[in-house]
Design a protein around this ligand. Structure first.
Ligand code: PBG
Ligand code: ZN
Length: 322
């Protein structure tokens, strides 16, 4: 059957019919809000390249996470910016490190909020790479050891979920072993499984002070043209024991996300990253785009493509509209 018997516009006629016809709905339950934590007290400093995003000190977190929880957002992901950096990223697994103290403060203030920690070394190394160096090469296996120790220290501090974002080979398995060995069999791993070397991380690197001092991340993060390789990364992380698989960035890699949705019966996450967020905010500031609608459309697209968890800097603004 086709036109004139079939008229798809019939179910678009009124707002109520459109509401009933909707195939996908964004929900507060889908959202994870990234938070940047810095040293100091009483700090709430704006990130210049990410309007609406702030860096908070640990003492400012309790009120912050309470308001996030009150908005119905189930989870945050924490990024720490330490005062001191060194070659091995010692701050990453320090028991009294910035993220460890932030996790404790957040969980004490709002026990029901799910606190996820980003597990990486780039915020803690003086060279800004995601692992430890051997000359100018990021050494895989030595980095994996540091990452496993970091994940374990996050779990000890009370993290509900750990999320390795470094893209070293074998890190999910090593983190699983470290967690299980430390008595944290119940802490899930959200793996940044298909993380691409992307221009869209620019604003984040300002916020987290984690830009590499030399070179770039192409020798460990994925090459943009490769969708089949991305699915292989995801399968490997599943085999190593990942509980949730992430694709990052989100919109430029929706094909990867959609194919992963068809292939894997596990929860999927997608990260609408700093550059994706900043582009919409910048155009909206100039009056070139309706920022709220564009942001909602972007996050809905990520949901439609198959994401269960959506990491978004706009979670706070969008939650009340859902
Ligand atoms: C750390 C990390 C990065 C992001 C999340 N974790 C930066 C990077 O890999 O350079 C990017 C997040 C964003 O751009 O919003 N490895
Ligand atoms: Zn990193």
């Amino acid at each position: 059957m086709s036109f004139p018997k079939v008229r798809l516009r019939r179910l678009r006629r009124t707002e109520t019919l459109r509401r009933m016809r909707r195939e996908t709905r964004l929900s507060r339950d889908d959202l994870v809000l990234p938070l940047f934590v810095v040293e100091g007290s009483g700090v709430r400093e704006p990130v210049a390249s990410m309007p609406g995003v702030f860096r908070h000190s640990v003492d400012a977190l309790p009120s912050e996470v309470k308001s996030i929880h009150d908005l119905g957002i189930p989870a945050v992901i924490l990024f720490g910016i330490p005062e001191a950096k060194d070659a091995r990223g010692s701050g990453a697994d320090a028991p009294d490190g910035i993220v460890q103290r932030a996790v404790e403060a957040a969980k004490r203030a709002e026990p029901d909020l799910c606190v996820i920690t980003d597990v990486c070394l780039c915020e803690y190394t003086d060279h800004g790479h995601c692992g430890v160096l051997d000359g100018e090469h990021v050494a895989n296996d030595a980095s994996v050891e540091r990452l496993a120790a970091t994940a374990l220290s996050h779990a000890r501090a009370g993290a509900d979920v750990v999320a390795p974002s470094d893209m070293m080979d074998g890190r999910v398995g090593a983190i699983r072993d470290a967690l299980d060995g430390g008595g944290f069999e119940e802490v899930p791993i959200l793996s940044y499984a298909a993380k691409f070397a992307s221009a869209y991380y620019g604003p984040f690197r300002d916020a987290a002070e984690s830009a590499p001092a030399f070179g770039d991340r192409r020798a460990y993060q994925m090459d943009a043209p490769n969708a089949r390789e991305a699915l292989r990364e995801m399968q490997l992380d599943l085999d190593e024991g990942a509980d949730v698989l992430m694709v990052k960035p989100a919109l430029p890699y929706l094909d990867v996300l959609a194919e992963a949705r068809r292939r894997f019966d596990v929860p999927l996450a997608a990260y609408h990253v700093s550059g994706e967020y900043a582009m919409i905010q910048a155009a909206a500031e100039r009056g070139w785009i309706d920022g709220e609608r564009a942001m909602a459309e972007a996050l809905l697209a990520i949901k439609r493509a198959g994401a269960d968890w959506i990491l978004s800097y706009a979670a706070r603004e969008i939650a009340p509209t859902l």
